[in-house]
Design a protein around this ligand. Structure first.
Ligand code: NAD
Length: 308
């Protein structure tokens, strides 16, 4: 592939200021242009975008600025011979900190105190309610970039970290790794279950009624993966009927989460707007990935994070 231009599509503005990304790419050895809507693309073009558009397949290479590329029609990219890369590998710290932040808030009751503060109310939690993360079990489902970012931080806080990984191979900071077939055993004694898998045919609805019933009734679900990894109707039932204690949810089947969703209503549910990976240096992380692949193309080496 001979690259002659990189087009930064306006859709990246959903995650960072477009101009910041363009400035961070100033040293690229090819011209960087911005485009809106459906730009004219052809051989030699690369596009950096948030999500897919049919015309992108006319380019030689499309880079998705998110880790999850489940919205992209991968088979069509393969058929068109258009390279598709994603942004996995850069979200371990951001999402790891957000997940731990949510878990700490739930355990130390910070969400309750903040709610009370809004009413200038000096609120005491019941004696039995606050707990420490230290010593509690966390089960991380999916031990890639996100999962390891969460596991590492939870381990540092003294949690008993277990995980689920397809290969079953061990991971630093994770005391025991289960295979997906043993998911129920893995979550049965967990105070927190954190989801960090991509959304695939295999993981769609991975956490449904049976899994939510298998979790202890004082457990919290943390979903920083994709909404549809959880059966949302089953989750609503689990919360309403107190099969579990609560949840920290960053991703939803429908985003933005509709205003009439019951998920907004629970005191023990922390809702964040798919913002777990947000950081004021996201443009630099994405620019580093793009630069690395531009250099690899020029050196005739295979690209990193290639998914098609
Ligand atoms: P990654 O590719 O580094 O890791 C994903 C891991 O999940 C891999 O190790 C893979 O083997 C594993 N996996 C796949 N199917 C599995 C299964 N059935 N059981 C157990 N493990 C399974 O990707 P990542 O960067 O860690 O991101 C993971 C996903 O998280 C993304 O695909 C994206 O959907 C989501 N994500 C969300 C945010 C956010 O802002 N909330 C940010 C980044 C990523």
């Amino acid at each position: 592939m001979h690259l002659s231009r990189l087009v930064v599509h306006e859709s990246v503005g959903k995650a960072m200021p477009v101009e910041s990304l363009v400035e961070s790419l100033a040293d690229l050895p090819v011209p960087v242009e911005t485009a809106a809507g459906d730009p004219e693309l052809g051989p030699g073009d690369a596009v950096a975008a948030f999500g897919p558009r049919p015309g992108f397949r006319d380019a030689d290479w499309v880079h998705c600025i998110r880790a999850g590329y489940d919205e992209f029609p991968v088979a069509e990219y393969e058929a068109a011979g258009t390279a598709l890369t994603n942004s996995t590998g850069i979200h371990g710290t951001t999402v790891g900190e957000t997940a731990l932040g949510g878990m700490l808030a739930l355990a130390r009751r910070l969400h309750v105190y903040r709610d009370a503060q809004r009413e200038s109310r000096w609120h005491d939690e019941p004696y039995e309610t606050p707990f420490t993360l230290s010593g509690e079990r966390l089960c991380v489902v999916g031990l890639g970039t996100l999962g390891r970012g969460i596991a590492e931080r939870a381990d540092a806080l003294g949690m008993d970290v277990v995980g689920v990984r397809r290969s079953g191979e061990s991971v630093p900071g994770v005391r025991r790794v289960y295979r997906p077939d043993d998911l129920h055993e893995a979550i049965a004694d967990a105070r927190f279950v954190a989801l960090a898998t991509p959304l695939t045919d295999e993981t769609r609805g991975l956490i449904g009624e049976a899994e939510l019933r298998a979790m202890p009734d004082d457990a919290y679900l943390v979903n920083v993966a994709r909404g549809a990894v959880v059966d949302e109707e089953a989750l609503q039932q689990a919360l309403a009927e107190e099969w579990i204690a609560g949840a920290m949810l960053d991703t939803f089947v429908e985003e933005p989460l509709p205003a009439d969703s019951p998920l907004w209503e629970y005191d023990e549910v922390l809702v964040t707007p798919h913002s777990a990976a947000m950081t004021n240096r996201y443009h630099e992380d994405i620019a580093d990935l793009l630069r690395q692949n531009v250099e690899r193309l020029r050196a005739d080496e295979s690209m990193v994070n290639r998914v098609a």
